[in-house]
Design a protein around this ligand. Structure first.
Ligand code: F6P
Length: 320
């Protein structure tokens, strides 16, 4: 393989830059040319690319966001769009593509491979919602950012003897809420994977802890459950405790990536290029049983995401 492309797609995640850096440097030092593709599949459709050299990826490992920019492309998500992107690859001499993104981006890569352009994917999203991988690049940074934000909320919540209902991101996945909830000592953690009863799981629990002397409360709600403003009203009405709702939002996507995200992204980037170099494609680099390995994209996409119910139950036991 003489020339590869690299793109980031879907929501940006801290650590994507470390992955791009590893891809570019591994390919260049293996004798390949590398094209950086701007704004994901959308940029590929319009041929928005630039030649990368060893210095193109200098001083990016510590930056959040993605130097390649990112997008969610409607046009690419059609058979004509995929064909157009494959034709563009052939026109630009791109013989393989490393795609960094979530499950949606993997589907795009599977289709591009089907259209004759070999692809390898790296899971990059703050949601940790890629079924085939125990870990996605960006998750650790987002968790730590959210913990920092909720710690700040706790200061003011405590000072006013209030309750704070905080929504964290995660799309339909409760991992971010679960781990952040444990780390901030939330009294209640609501995730889409576990149904809840308003009276029993929130009000009774708050009132029980109130009797033991607790005066302020943090409730962490996953984005997939949502409705934090309404929930805050209902809690205030039922308990008489002043309650505020906070949606952390996109701050969770920014910031300098943690050591873990930089290291995982670097290893994945290296392995992605080595797979393409050895002629393998339609693969996704994943973490399984703590190791960075690769799987077939189609198999990976068919997997179901497990939720760590055991950890959720532990959280309930200790945050009381
Ligand atoms: O996938 C990352 C994510 O931040 C999700 O947590 C969230 O649901 C979504 O992207 C937000 O998307 P947008 O950036 O388009 O508002």
């Amino acid at each position: 393989m003489k020339k590869i492309g690299v793109l980031t797609s879907g929501g940006d995640a801290p650590g994507m830059n470390a992955a791009v850096r590893a891809v570019a440097r591994t390919a260049l030092t293996s004798g390949m040319e590398v094209l950086g593709i701007r704004r994901g599949y959308q940029g590929l459709l319009s041929g928005d690319v630039f030649e990368m050299d060893l210095r193109s990826v200098s001083d990016i490992i510590h930056h959040g966001g993605t130097m390649l920019y990112t997008a969610r492309s409607k046009e690419y998500n059609t058979p004509e769009g995929v064909q157009k992107a494959a034709d563009m690859c052939r026109k630009l001499g791109i013989e393989g593509v490393v795609v960094i993104g979530g499950d949606g981006s993997f589907r795009g890569a599977r289709d591009l491979t089907g259209a004759g352009i070999p692809c390898v994917c790296i899971p990059g999203t703050i949601d940790n919602d890629v079924a085939s991988s125990e870990y996605t690049v960006g998750f650790d940074t987002a968790m730590n950012t959210a913990v920092d934000m909720v710690d700040r909320l706790r200061d003011t919540t405590e000072s006013h003897d209030r309750c704070s209902v905080v929504e964290v991101m995660g799309r339909r996945c409760g991992d971010l809420a679960l781990l952040v909830g444990i780390a901030v000592g939330a009294t209640v953690i609501l995730v889409p994977e576990v149904p809840f009863d308003f009276q029993k799981d929130i009000i009774d629990r708050m009132q029980f802890t109130q009797k033991t002397g607790k005066k302020h409360f943090i409730i962490v709600v996953a984005e997939g459950v949502g409705g934090v403003t309404e929930l805050a009203h209902k809690i205030e009405e039922s308990t008489g405790i002043e309650t505020r709702a906070t949606v952390l939002g996109h701050v969770q996507r920014g910031g300098s990536p943690t050591l873990r995200d930089r290291v995982v992204a670097s290893e994945m980037g290296y392995k992605a290029v080595k797979l393409l170099e050895s002629g393998r494609s339609n693969r996704v680099i994943v973490v399984r049983e703590g190791k960075v390995v690769d799987l077939d994209i189609t198999e990976a996409l068919a997997m179901k995401r497990p939720f760590n119910k055991e950890l959720y139950d532990i959280a309930l036991k200790i945050s009381i």
